[in-house]
Design a protein around this ligand. Sequence first.
Ligand code: ADP
Length: 484
Amino acid sequence: MLNILFLAAEANPYIKVGGLADVAGALPAALRSLNFDGLEREKLDVRLVLPLHRRIKTDALTTPPCASFCIYKNGNKLSVNAYKSNIEGPPTYFIEGFPISNAEDVYSSNGDVDREKYTFFSIAALELCRILNWKVDVIHANDWHTALALYSARTNKVDHFFERTSKLITIHNLPYLGGEGGNVFQDYGITELNDEELPAWAVKQILPMGIWAANRIVAVSKTYSKEILTPEYGCGLHEYLNKRRGDVTGIINGLDQELWNPLSDKSISNNFDLPTLNIRNKNKSSLLNELNLSEDPSVPLIGMITRIDFQKGIDLAIKAMQCLFEKPWHFVLLGTGDPYLEAELKQLESEYPDKVRVLLRFDNELSHRIYAGADIFLMPSRYEPCGLSQMIAMRYGCVPVVHETGGLKDTVTDGENGFLYKESDPLEVMEAINKAMDIFKNRREWLSFQKNGMRQDFSWEKSARKYAVIYKSLTRKYSAGGKI
Ligand code: ADP
């Protein structure tokens, strides 16, 4: 049995802000259920540890805590309670303590609050393993929030508990480096990093410290794993990452096949699959009804479900829709985020009250209805490490129009199951939407785009197996006496 400590800031079904929750909610289960043949029989005991964010409902937890202990801040004790989930699935632990309950949400508006919260979380999660005497073979961290666990496990010389533990980091979004730890590092006894290979500014930043500590670095798609080696996408770390390119791999995220299944989805009124695709239209009708938009089957409904962020190309979408104002279309956007972009979207809605609906909230149920009812799914992301929304859209027969970048490039094939454009330019976005709308007029051709998308296999199995191979290769180095 290999013991894998899987750390993330968010995970389905407990708490979700974006795609990380989809990944952390599905990958541990996929890893646990892998079947290995022949010599590769060793099973994976993957356990997930999450912060007990304020929003997490405590009725999902077993009480009393499964462990209570302290970690140190400036020599003073800080209490930690760890709870276990009582929901069926991979063993899941929640870390509770003041720096976590003090933060307003999963990600707060105050960087300092978040840095302390996730530093506390990373250290407490390691301590939990010591308390449980659960010997970890691999720590798998995700993004900057949990990167310090890798750094701390590698640099902590006080005990030998993690001496033989390998470290892997998955990069879901490189530009979020976590910022400089500064006082927080001193307070929590995180030692300084001295490494001349990393740029001087990066040795104090949380994500680069985690990358430095990791034995393997996984980017969430093949294309993104190459993009982060370039100055354009490498966020100043490209030279360092190039030096370590042998440790960098791309593994595409999968989709939770139960959660995202149009045939059994309880959030949509008319379930369908490939053979019953004709039923899908009813979902479009009820969605238009719900949005108070007029119903006309010949008018395409364009959907977006997204964090409202510059990364997601919201401004490009607005300009493209404005350029297309003379054409018949409906547009619905569900999302929350940047207040300036939210205001711009509301402006678009007031310019075209018969065409546009902008819903500024997080609404999981409605997101399912949009995937099941919209004709075209727009993702004009400037960069997109993996992107899950385009995969969900395809599984639900909604045809994606996307920028040819990162995971979008790896999952959407132009002219087969979707439409790709090359440059982040409003005119290119507009032309791609226009092309999709032209093909939409031809019922048979459109059906083949939908069907090609629905036939794609986005299950986790293949990708989970790739992670398992890495875990095993890392741990094998140890058993062969090698140094990690
Ligand atoms: P990212 O992780 O960068 O936000 P992804 O495309 O990988 O983008 O994943 C986004 C996930 O979050 C999808 O499951 C999408 O449906 C969901 N999502 C984003 N915004 C909302 C929202 N406002 N309401 C409901 N679900 C949302």
